[in-house]
Design a protein around this ligand. Structure first.
Ligand code: ATP
Ligand code: MG
Length: 331
């Protein structure tokens, strides 16, 4: 309605301006008609162009993003690994997502094979970044990260990832059955292998109650399952893969007691004798870790065993006290 009115308005102005010039004898009749025809032809396309201007700008931004992806060089490396064991060593590591701000500065620590190394610290400290760098999701700008003595930046990402089981919070599930969602952990695994992994990950408890048990479809990204159940599927995948290194991002979302115990049990089975790097949020996990790395603003503020760190006025002791207070907090 509004557009129609604008259009009529413009038509009037054109006619009036053209008519006035014609009346004054400043333009000929032919010029006047030519002008009218030309404007009528030009006006609509111009109006449509302006209407689409916002779409053109947003398209430009999308092209820039696409260009960024296409211009990023793919990571390459050797497909043969000669690692000795599976210790992960961060040696003077510096990293930034973009050029302007350093996310990690001079990070040094070792996650030993057969031990649980817990990353703790305030939000934004760089815990998730470290766990992703350990699996070469990005390449670092300074220092060296090694797995069993081998520089991971020289290993082909696909070869490297065969050594890792990753249980992050944002687990990706497909609109398929529980069975197929777990089988993703190991290509070509038999039904028996999948069921065994599911049992170890405490998936039995909920799968038995589903209408078609392990053959039940779980909806887009597992929408028909609870957070705890989704996480147990992710743990089952890790059991099936049985990789020597485990990267874990412990759930922050509050789970009900039953779910939490089931997950804790499954995790303690999973991490046995592996190199475990865990982003820990729960006091119980932290206290049971062999080595703790406290990250603050991208630097290792302190590190050591729980006993060592609780022996003085450390950030760790402070965090422990805070958690005790919040656990005892009542309405
Ligand atoms: N993909 C990304 N691109 C750019 N900056 C990022 C990206 N991911 C994280 N950052 C930035 O890097 C810093 C460290 O983030 P990181 O996610 O590693 O922290 P965190 O310790 O895991 O925090 P939290 O406890 O809240 O999960 C933050 O300042 C964050 O804004
Ligand atoms: Mg994080």
């Amino acid at each position: 309605m509004g557009k129609r009115q604008d259009f009529d308005h413009m038509k009037l102005i054109r006619r009036y301006a053209g008519g006035a010039l014609f009346a004054k004898g400043e333009i000929s009749l032919l010029t006047f008609f030519m002008f009218m025809m030309l404007v009528a032809r030009l006006y609509d396309p111009m109006q449509i162009t302006l209407q689409n201007f916002a779409a053109i700008i947003s398209c430009g931004i999308q092209c820039e993003r696409l260009d960024e992806v296409l211009s990023t060089a793919p990571q390459t490396g050797t497909e043969e690994m000669n690692n000795k064991g599976y210790d992960i060593v961060f040696d003077h590591v510096g990293f930034s997502y973009s050029d302007d701000t350093d996310v990690l500065k001079d990070v040094n620590f070792t996650a030993k094979q057969g031990q649980v190394t817990a990353l703790i610290g305030p939000s934004g400290g760089g815990k998730t970044t470290i766990s992703r760098l350990a699996a070469r999701f990005w390449d670092i700008s300074e220092g060296r990260i090694s797995l069993g003595g081998e520089d991971i930046s020289k290993i082909d990402p696909e070869t490297l990832l065969k050594n890792y089981s990753i249980v992050f919070q944002d687990v990706t599930l497909f609109n398929n059955t529980v069975m197929e969602n777990i089988r993703i952990g190991k290509e070509g695994a038999t039904d028996e292998e999948v069921m065994e992994a599911a049992r170890l990950a405490n998936c039995d408890q909920f799968a038995e109650h589903l209408p078609q048990k392990y053959d039940t479809y779980i909806g887009e990204n597992g929408s028909e399952l609870s957070g705890g159940e989704r996480q147990r599927i992710s743990i089952a995948r890790a059991f099936l893969k049985d990789a020597p290194v485990i990267l874990l991002d412990e759930a922050t979302a509050s789970l009900d007691a039953e779910n939490e115990t089931a997950i804790q049990e499954a995790l303690s089975r999973l991490i046995k004798d592996k190199t475990v790097l865990i982003i820990a949020h729960r006091m119980r996990t932290i206290a049971n870790a062999d080595h703790i790395v406290v990250l603050k603003d991208g630097v290792v503020a302190e590190q050591g065993s729980p006993e060592f760190l609780s022996g003085y006025d450390s950030i760790y002791s402070h965090m422990t006290k805070q958690q005790m207070i919040s656990q005892n907090w009542k309405m």
